[in-house]
Design a protein around this ligand. Structure first.
Ligand SMILES: *Cc1c(COP(=O)(O)O)cnc(C)c1O
Length: 349
């Protein structure tokens, strides 16, 4: 465990003296009593969205906090996890000076965001069995390495990383470890959320886009120490999570059993597809998956991708990623959609 971790050493210099924008809804927080709101230049006529949304999304954070066992002060919400990831860059990475470490094959947004924010991206390929090369990672980081992105379960490989390796990195890396848990709800593995208080350099990113079935509303969740959340709060756009998103999320989360049964069905469907795929002659390998997709190695990914497309089935060709030659990523769909996929694959065989 690190003896003294000082988050202020990682914060961008210009933010230390920044005074965040204070919105009308920041300055007067409703206590529920009937007030006449003439403070935000809103149109007064009710239509469901004429008022600005709660900039701190209090109700939604309370529900999510209960669900995940996290205090609302340890949580920041964003317009998808893509916004959350961007805020992490803008809070901690000095353009043209700092660097990050990413571990391909992995989620493409980390690299794109590094480019947008003018941050060097040090890429270190996973081991052949898609695990973390802890020693190589520690040899790659330096004083200016602010962020290490660990996507677990990983997209597009589908596997989770060994906890003992993540643990070592949390203990030894002196920058921030960002664990992207977009797929954690499909996994039997534990979320790192329960370890938040153990690691002041841990940031966990989750999303409502996958297991929760709400990709369209764009809601990402960032969980970290109060200090980290406070810093990110100073730079987030005041109303970054809109009213319709907050309302839709609250409605969806009120029926958590529906979400859980969908996840269960997706997992069952995945097992069924896993049993069928080995019978397809051109499928050479099925990688183990803790997610709602399967990465498969085929004889010729470009060819099979095009053939599936002609049959009306769109999958993702991941062949251009390191260690992923001739791989396709198959998202698990509804039973009907999965039958279409399997039928198409069998027709090609
Ligand atoms: C799908 C996905 C996300 C989700 O991003 P949103 O902006 O929340 O939709 C985040 N990380 C990974 C690794 C993903 O695969």
């Amino acid at each position: 465990m690190q003896v003294k971790f000082d988050i202020q050493k990682l914060v961008r210099e210009n933010l230390k003296s920044l005074r965040p924008y204070s919105s009308a809804r920041d300055e007067y927080v409703s206590d529920g009593s009937q007030m006449t709101f003439l403070d935000a230049n809103e149109n007064p006529y009710e239509n469901g969205a004429n008022r600005y949304p709660d900039p701190q999304q209090r109700k939604l954070k309370e529900v999510l906090g209960n669900l995940k066992g996290v205090r609302t002060s340890n949580m920041l919400l964003g317009n998808g996890s893509d916004e959350v990831l961007d805020l992490i860059f803008r809070a901690f990475c000095e353009p043209h000076e700092d660097n990050i470490v990413t571990l391909p094959p992995t989620y493409g947004m980390y690299k794109v965001l590094a480019g947008i924010n003018a941050i060097e991206n040090r890429e270190l390929v996973l081991t052949k069995d898609f695990q973390l090369d802890v020693e190589a990672i520690m040899n790659t980081v330096d004083f200016n390495t602010k962020l290490l992105f660990i996507c677990s379960p990983n997209n597009p490989t589908g596997n989770s990383f060994a906890s003992k390796d993540i643990l070592i990195l949390l203990q030894e890396f002196t920058g921030l470890v960002v664990i992207d848990e977009a797929y954690v709800d499909f996994s039997d593995g534990q979320s790192w959320v329960s370890r938040l208080s153990d690691f002041p350099n841990l940031i966990i990113v989750q999303t409502l886009s996958k297991a929760f079935g709400m990709a369209g509303i764009r809601l990402g969740i960032c969980m970290a120490s109060e200090e980290i959340i406070a810093i990110m709060n100073t730079i987030k756009p005041p109303y970054n999570v809109n009213e319709l998103t907050q309302q839709h999320a609250l409605r969806g989360l009120a029926n958590i059993s529906l979400i859980k049964s969908a996840v269960k069905e997706i997992r069952e469907q995945k097992s069924l597809i896993e049993q069928v795929l080995p019978k397809i002659p051109f499928v050479e390998h099925i990688f183990p998956s803790d997610t709602n997709f399967l990465l498969v190695r085929v004889d010729d990914a470009d060819l099979r991708y095009e053939q599936l497309l002609k049959m009306g089935v769109v999958v993702r060709n991941r062949s251009n990623q390191p260690l992923c030659e001739n791989t396709l990523r198959l998202t698990i769909g509804t039973p009907e959609e999965n039958i279409k996929l399997v039928t198409a694959l069998k027709a090609l065989a």
